[in-house]
Ligand binder design. Structure first.
Ligand SMILES: [Zn+2]
Length: 211
């Protein structure tokens, strides 16, 4: 995030999301690309948690450009600036300025793409504490909708288990299934993770589970 003319993190995420939508990327098969795992695994995750911001789910899986870079150039222990220069590009802008780092990461990515490198997801934030979030609970005021537990504990190591996004309360959401007969019957969605039997959901978070 740019510090000089900064916006808040939630505003930046919102603008970024709108930009993805405008560019037709949001519903396409796309991936976040970063240099190292720090941004997605630690920084964004913890800051969103701390500020109780709902993090868009596409930040839960990413390509750590270090991996393809080291496969192509062999150099593993170098920083982004060094990597850009090893690849034969001139560094542009300031190092450790978020925006310039992002631009140079993109240039390095473009170079590897031109070389025909086939990219795939290198890391993801898996469902953590999913077992606790998926306790069967009832929505007394919404009889057509019941929380759903599609995965049993024995499946917890299964890599296809999806992440649980955060609801507006800043906690892991709960996965539910539409039980009401109709075109959406059986469809999965994420709902408020702060649900309690006595008070119901604490926020209006709702998102379809994309399959
Ligand atoms: Zn909530």
């Amino acid at each position: 995030m740019e510090v000089d003319r900064g916006v808040t993190l939630s505003e930046a995420l919102l603008r970024h999301d709108k930009w993805l939508e405008k560019k037709g990327i949001k519903n396409a098969n796309f991936a976040v690309v970063t240099w190292s795992n720090w941004d997605c695994r630690v920084m964004l995750e913890s800051e969103c948690r701390f500020k109780k911001i709902r993090k868009p789910p596409y930040f839960n899986r990413w390509i750590n450009l270090r991996i393809p870079f080291s496969e192509v150039f062999g150099a593993v222990r170098c920083n982004l600036k060094e990597a850009v220069e090893i690849a034969g590009l001139a560094w542009q802008g300031r190092a450790h300025c978020g925006l310039d780092d992002a631009k140079n990461t993109a240039r390095l990515l473009a170079l590897l793409m031109h070389r025909g490198f086939k990219f795939s997801i290198t890391n993801s934030i898996m469902w953590q504490a999913a077992e606790r979030s998926l306790i069967w609970r009832q929505y007394p005021e919404q009889p057509s909708v019941y929380p759903y537990c599609p995965f049993k504990a024995k499946d917890m190591n299964n890599p296809i288990i999806p992440y649980l996004p955060y609801c507006y309360c800043g906690v892991k959401s709960c996965m539910n299934v539409i039980r009401k007969p109709g075109p959406k019957q059986g469809c999965l969605f994420y709902g408020c993770g702060g649900f309690s039997v006595t008070r119901g959901p604490r926020c209006h978070y709702f998102e379809w589970v994309s399959t």
